[in-house]
Design a protein around this ligand. Structure first.
Ligand code: FAD
Ligand code: EPU
Length: 349
């Protein structure tokens, strides 16, 4: 089918666009219309096209946290805006970053500039605009801690809004944006980063890796190097093997259930939460239920990390989703715990 591409000055429109190279699970899917926007001031004009206004809309960054189970019969809006602006500097800096910047590039830039805070969050794929959506986190840190505000186009109000930290309602892999899907298009994120702060090295593996590196007085870039080592040793690289990172969230359950599970399964990792509940390791339960390394056609569960759903080649979205559902069923049968997918499942769900 012919694919028509039009440059509108500030954004490009592509009809019947392939999404295969725009999701890290490498699932074949198409969008009726794809709009790649480089100038955020053109958003109102773009959103006003009848074809866009009257149809479904999906905002997409790098597609590292989505599973397409079918074609998207609407407009996929890809944020490709760029820009990093230091608004004030001193003991800490306020930095506004455009939604389309790559998260990992930004983290490395902050470390190079001597700002602390984001070292534990190095090497997470995706865009800056997507970071607040699920409040990305790794190695004992969450991005919310450093977000002062989020600037977004509010589709309902048809205006730019600034949502302060409290309004964003950040929680583990959660935020306001997940509770009001389709309402906000994040255009920029404003961070506050200190010049120094106590390093977080207590997450399993970091101190051991620093010791292996021969570092006894770590700086932020040492922690970053340790995290890069841990991440690359555990997680498959999406450019080699399609995946979306953790496919399931670690469930947060009542302390009494966590205690009972821990008594029966002493190997289960349990992390007490500030509200008295407990987060438990989904990876451990998936492995114990026998799914680590399984393969059904080209859909599989990584043999390196049980939380990672992988595409060995030509798995379709429905095939990957069917395997994910079998994993959820298996864990519920064995442990009585419901797993929730972390990525957004888009299509025939
Ligand atoms: P996409 O996948 O394109 O979109 C994700 C969601 O955000 C969708 O609902 C989309 O509509 C929405 N969205 C994206 N941009 C915008 C915007 N500008 N405005 C409004 N909505 C938007 N995540 C972690 O938290 N911690 C990890 O350690 C981690 N490790 C990973 C490792 C690998 C190998 C992979 C592949 C993924 C990993 N992830 C991790 C998940 C992923 O990197 C993050 O969720 C990331 O923030 C997704 O960014 P993206 O630009 O690819 O978003
Ligand atoms: N484990 C297993 N089997 C495995 C893998 C891990 O039993 O195959 C056990 C480990 O032994 C350990 C526990 O699971 O006790 C935790 O493992 P890990 O440190 O790898 O962390 P995780 O809980 O599996 C979470 C995040 C990751 C993040 C890491 C590091 C979620 C859903 N996932 O994984 O985030 O990078 O911690 O902080 O919270 C993502 O969200 O996409 C992601 C990769």
């Amino acid at each position: 089918m012919p694919v028509e591409q039009v440059d509108m000055g500030g954004y490009t429109l592509i009809e019947n666009a392939s999404l295969a190279n725009r999701n890290t699970l490498r699932v074949a899917a198409r969008a009726k219309l794809l709009a790649e926007i480089r100038d955020a001031s053109k958003l109102p004009e773009l959103l006003d096209f009848p074809a866009v206004r009257n149809g479904r809309l999906l905002v997409l960054g790098e597609g590292s946290n989505v599973l397409f189970t079918g074609d998207f019969d609407g407009t996929v809006l890809v944020m490709a805006t760029r820009g990093v602006q230091v608004e004030s500097d001193g003991d800490s800096a306020r930095i506004a970053v455009a939604a389309g910047e790559r998260w990992d590039d930004f983290v490395r830039w902050t470390l190079g500039q001597g700002y602390a805070g984001l070292e534990n969050l190095i090497l997470i794929p995706g865009t800056v605009g997507a970071a607040p959506i699920q409040n990305i986190g790794a190695y004992g840190c969450e991005v919310a801690e450093f977000i002062e505000s989020v600037e977004a186009w509010d589709i309902r109000e048809r205006r730019v809004v600034t949502l302060d930290h409290a309004a964003c309602a950040f929680a583990y892999r959660d935020s306001l944006f997940k509770h009001e899907p389709g309402r906000y298009i994040v255009t920029a994120v404003r961070f506050v980063l200190p010049r120094s702060r106590p390093l977080r090295t207590d997450y399993a593996g970091i101190n051991e890796q620093l010791a292996r590196m021969g570092v006894d007085k770590p700086a932020p870039f040492h922690v970053a190097e340790a995290v890069v080592h841990l991440r690359t040793s555990k997680l498959p690289d999406p450019s080699v093997l399609g995946n979306a990172g953790s496919f399931f969230k670690n469930p947060i359950i009542d302390a009494a259930l966590a205690d009972a599970l821990k008594r029966e399964h002493p190997g289960l990792a349990v992390w007490p939460q500030p509200d008295g509940r407990c987060k438990v390791s989904a990876a451990w339960m998936i492995e114990a239920a026998g799914f680590k390394g399984v393969r059904e056609g080209d859909a599989g569960i990584s043999n390196r990390h049980a939380l990672v759903l992988v595409n060995h080649g030509k798995a379709t979205g429905p095939q990957l989703w069917a395997l994910a559902q079998r994993v959820m069923h298996g864990v519920r049968e064995k442990f009585g715990v419901a797993l929730e997918p972390e990525p957004v499942v888009i299509g025939t769900r």
